[in-house]
Design a binder for this molecule. Structure first.
Ligand code: HEM
Length: 422
């Protein structure tokens, strides 16, 4: 009698057995999306979505952290796109987020010193000044467009400050960033594509001119000069590489902080007791910010298998497969966070993954924490209580960074504190 081994499962079979399509850009609210992910976690913790270029979707904290931790073994980070849409118009692999291995290490060695806790702490007064000038622009009105009046320009001003770009260019920069990241809100796909092409071209001209000027005028102690002068693999970066690095700094620094600020303020408007609790004692704010980061978790990375086979969440995936992990899925895994959809400031400590993990862990995490601390402290001081404007409904979006737009607040008018143009 002969026995024959069962035929090995083909990739198509494996995909079919785990098939559950996933739309990272679905027009759902974040909570609807989290509900879908919670159900997916229960029935298919790793699932295959055939949408776009296809990807495997992870939902469990342990599976997501496991892939992130071994980032340089078995995976590459390029392209960081769940379904192959190059929405930002990036021309080459983005530095540093889509690079790996020794190349990535050199970029982190270039950037990390400028984002150390000590270095960012030194920006406290400048950023506090920015926060208050922005609040001054609308505090007498008793209402504000929180996105355009604070949540976008404040992280924008922070990126300008750390990069060493001229403060007077803030509004131009915010306009370009917003167009590239969000397109024309309420416009058609064609209008968005046309507006993105214009913004991309203008930003390119702006940065190419700035790079030329810096090369001529000499060194300044900031990220821009450091990047222009750096030697990576023995060579200076080209203008196009510098453009891509600057674009990434802008995108990574703006959309994420904006998202946490907007999601938090919408939540806090409905939960004023939590707004009070954040400031109950001088020690209350930092853990509250960590919990809001856990709960908001805007960033959504993707990695691609490059070894012949890699084990992911109990499956063996072959080379070429794409693994996508909404970090919010990890941060809402009930295995570590009971009542995961609730904001609970005194949770038992379990490090959240909002800033990622492993070699690509966020460069700007100390800066982001400082920004959030300054923003909430100054907003609390100037707007002790606030509500959502009854005529406006916040609009949430998914994508590569989940967020909220159309956030309009009302509050008791306050007094300006600085002189300035309105
Ligand atoms: C609340 C705010 C922020 C959140 C939640 C956040 C989240 C993240 C996450 C999850 C990653 C890793 C992505 C991956 O593994 O592929 C990342 C990377 C990065 N972030 Fe942040 N970020 C924030 C703020 C900032 C700020 C303020 C800056 C700089 C101004 C910044 C710059 C970067 C850069 C340059 C990377 C790429 C790091 C690398 O590839 O090695 N981020 N961020």
């Amino acid at each position: 009698m002969t026995t024959s081994a069962a035929p090995a499962e083909t990739l198509d079979d494996l995909r079919a057995r785990h098939r559950r399509d996933y739309d990272p850009y679905a027009a759902w609210s974040i909570q609807e999306h989290m509900d879908e992910i919670a159900e997916r976690r229960d029935v298919l913790p790793i699932s295959y979505s055939a949408r776009g270029n296809g990807c495997w979707v992870l939902t469990r904290y342990d599976d997501i952290s496991s892939v992130l931790r071994r980032n340089n073994r078995g995976f590459v980070s390029f392209p960081n796109e769940p379904d192959g849409i190059n929405a930002m118009g990036s021309e080459i692999q983005q530095i540093p987020i889509e690079t790996d291995g020794a190349l990535h290490k050199q970029f982190r060695q270039l950037l990390d010193p400028y984002f150390s806790p000590k270095r960012v702490e030194a920006l406290t007064d400048q950023l506090t000044g920015w926060a208050n000038r922005l609040i001054d622009d609308w505090v007498e009105d008793g209402e504000c467009d929180f996105v355009d009046g604070f949540a976008l320009p404040f992280p924008g001003a922070t990126v300008l400050t750390i990069m060493g770009w001229p403060a007077e260019d803030l509004h131009r920069m915010n306009h370009w960033a917003s167009t590239l990241m969000h397109g024309v809100v309420g416009g058609t796909a064609e209008e968005t594509a046309a507006a993105r092409a214009v913004a991309h071209g203008e930003l390119r001209d702006y940065w190419f001119a700035m790079i030329a000027e810096r090369r001529a005028s000499g060194h300044l102690d900031d990220v821009t000069s450091a990047a222009i002068e750096a030697e990576i693999d023995g060579e200076r970066l080209t203008d196009t590489q510098l453009f891509d690095l600057f674009l990434l700094m802008m995108a990574a620094g703006l959309d994420t902080v904006q998202s946490v600020l907007c999601q938090s303020m919408v939540y806090l408007a409905a939960h004023p007791e939590k707004w009070d609790a954040m400031f109950a004692t001088p020690e209350s704010l930092e853990p509250a910010i960590e919990e809001l980061l856990r709960w908001c978790a805007p960033a959504v990375p993707t990695r691609n298998v490059v070894h012949e086979e890699v084990e992911v969440a109990g499956l063996v995936l072959p080379k070429g497969e794409r693994v996508h992990f909404p970090l919010a899925a990890a941060n809402r895994d009930p295995a570590y966070y009971p009542d995961p959809d609730e904001v609970i400031f005194d949770r038992a400590a379990k490090p959240h993954l909002a800033f990622g993990l492993g070699t690509h862990r966020c460069v700007g995490l100390h800066l982001a924490r400082l920004e959030l601390k300054i923003a909430f402290t100054q907003l609390r001081r100037r707007l002790p209580s606030f509500a959502l404007h009854p005529d406006y409904t916040p609009r949430e979006h998914l994508g590569l960074a989940w967020g909220v737009d159309n956030v309009r607040l009302t509050f008791v008018p306050g007094a300006r504190e600085t002189e300035g143009s309105r």
